[in-house]
Design a protein around this ligand. Sequence first.
Ligand SMILES: C[S@@+](CC[C@H](N)C(=O)[O-])C[C@H]1O[C@@H](n2cnc3c(N)ncnc32)[C@H](O)[C@@H]1O
Length: 214
Amino acid sequence: MTNLKKSNQYFFYKTKLIVDKNVFRPRFETEQLVDCCQEIIKAFWKENKFSILEIGTGSGAIAISLAKIFPQAEIVGTDVYWKAINCAKKNGDKAGTKIQWKKSNLFDNINQKFNVIVANLPYVADGFSLNKDVLDKDPKIALFGGKNGLDLFHKFFEQVKNFLADRFVIALEFGWDQKSELKNLLKIYLPKIRYNFLKDYQKQDRFLFIYNLY
Ligand SMILES: C[S@@+](CC[C@H](N)C(=O)[O-])C[C@H]1O[C@@H](n2cnc3c(N)ncnc32)[C@H](O)[C@@H]1O
């Protein structure tokens, strides 16, 4: 469970992370995304060799958790914001992981294919009134995603095909009211692809898994 210990220390998936003002504070819900990735990988990648890309890593929470569970995996963690990459790298090194950290605007600086692509992209609609604590403590770049919050999802879906191995899973977190718009985007950008939505522990639609596992 994510736990605030001191002002800038968080526990995410039992790993202590230092979270500075440049990065999103990891949330409890996101541990469910890691749980699901773990289950899928264990079920479908019996072989030792597989690769994971996390886009928008922030503190490194997701990439570091997966690296600790799957030390044999090749893992790349990216963020558009170099201060976030610095923070993630420090956390990853402290946790003893061997993640490759890269500054990248979505896939701009990526030049290989991956089995698992995971992302908790910014998805809040511009102008949505968030509570003061969130606005004060989480960087705007981690929160807002354009008019309906899904600007980055458009771009992500448009580009992701070029970075997928033959067998793959894409795991995404999104806002509780965005499922139907995401379905529309899938029809446009990734027709014929298999996918599943999953609810969080509050029974809200929060996760999307897109896959070809056979
Ligand atoms: C909601 S935070 C998620 C952080 C972390 N993955 C987590 O779940 O705690 C979104 C992250 O996406 C990054 N980001 C925003 N725009 C991006 C882009 N165009 N390409 C890559 N990362 C981006 C932000 O800097 C931020 O770190």
